[in-house]
Design a protein around this ligand. Sequence first.
Ligand code: GDG
Length: 466
Amino acid sequence: MSRLIVVSNRVNPPSGEGEETVGGLAMALAAALREYSGLWFGWSGKTTKKFTGALQMEKIDGVTAAVIDLEAQDLDEYYNGYANKTLWPLFHYRTDLTAYDRIYGEGYSRVNKRFAETLRPLIEPDDLIWVHDYHLIPLARELRALGVKNRIGFFLHIPWPAHQVFTTLPGHSRLVEAMFDYDLVGFQTAEYRHAFEEYVLSEAGGAQSAPGQLSAYGRTLKVGAFPIGIDAKDFARMLKSPKARRMHDLMTAATVFRSLIVGVDRLDYSKGLPERFEGYERFLADNPDMRREVLMLQIAPVSRESVEAYQDIRGRLDALSGRINGEYADVDWNPIRYVNKNYRRDELAGIYGAARVGLVTPLRDGMNLVAKEFVAAQPPEDPGVLILSRFAGAAGQMGQALLVNPNSPEEIADAIKRALSMEKAERIRRWSALFENVQREDVTAWRDAFVNALAGPVANGAALAS
Ligand code: GDG
């Protein structure tokens, strides 16, 4: 079997039971690598005065990590800049928040080059290289320039935006051209893949040379949809852990005679949190008889705090939660508990399991793993109801959830009411279908589908020689 080299911006494998990494990508990659004698390469999360390319190797929980430190300027221009102020908002349709600054683009190119130069000596001829996410789109281009001939695949964890949105990016064609240095490019859903294809066909003068194959810029690559899943086995194990049980009991005790409605998200403007709070507020306003029967718990650990848009959204949520509690709270009841603390994964599992309703309403989301975790945590004999945004990639696989338009507080309010009044038979029917999908299309299935496609016949028909 070829060795697998996974490359992502941050390398943060779990440090053991109950680690506290927040973010879907880290969890998925750690799980994906566990069965491979592979390597995980990327940024350490630390800065250094002068970039040296010195590698630090570490074995964490069965995963070999090779990390480098970056300069503060790299962080500013590449990570906080081009990745999180340009590509992230744009790919989530927030052109109003998208910053276009040439300096950011230069930082992005520089760091991709630094990644390539540092990774180059670690690559052996048969290695498969799997690059992750929007931080590293030009990495294959840089590696090819250094003579790397290996198979290189790319997976985008976030949406690929519609043509009209994507073309607002200065230098969009350079970015797409660089993607043609990969052998395989994977998206979360068929919709994102189509949006990419549309760009290549209409903007880059490309052609679909065969199903799942695109030619442009004098090269050909394979494209596919690979919906990511959770580590279902590990999640099931975690649910039975003492920490999960304790949290479950704690939440059950805190909601006697009440139904718990839960949301868990990184504090990010793409997750639709203000609209969700407004939807809940509308529910409270419309249903006075149900008010004291519910409690909404929103867990939202802060992320990317040095980016201004994240400070703004935090301020808005503080104000909204205060307003809702101010309007509706009673001496013995608060309608909303809004918590910025980061919980252990096993504790989260216990919380999901105690909830009657899971509120997952991002405005845009590549996939959304919280929806899958909520389903995985439900008791089969009396499961809760998932309310899911139609704009999460997960909606494509999770049609048995109550799908809502996350921009509409009315739709969210109606869905909450419907979820709380749903008969047990219907809840079981919906949940069974969802659960079956979460188990089957888990992170292992995702990894295997991608790695097999990368190792399989290449776009020009040749098979991998090993
Ligand atoms: C990106 C894409 C795609 C949340 N709070 C805590 C905590 N979490 C964990 C959740 C979940 C993960 O973080 C979030 O994953 P998502 O998939 O919901 O979202 P992103 O972080 O935006 O991930 C997304 C994903 O990549 C994978 O491809 O699905 O669309 O945006 O696992 O449980 N974990 C801990 N404490 C918390 O307080 N430990």
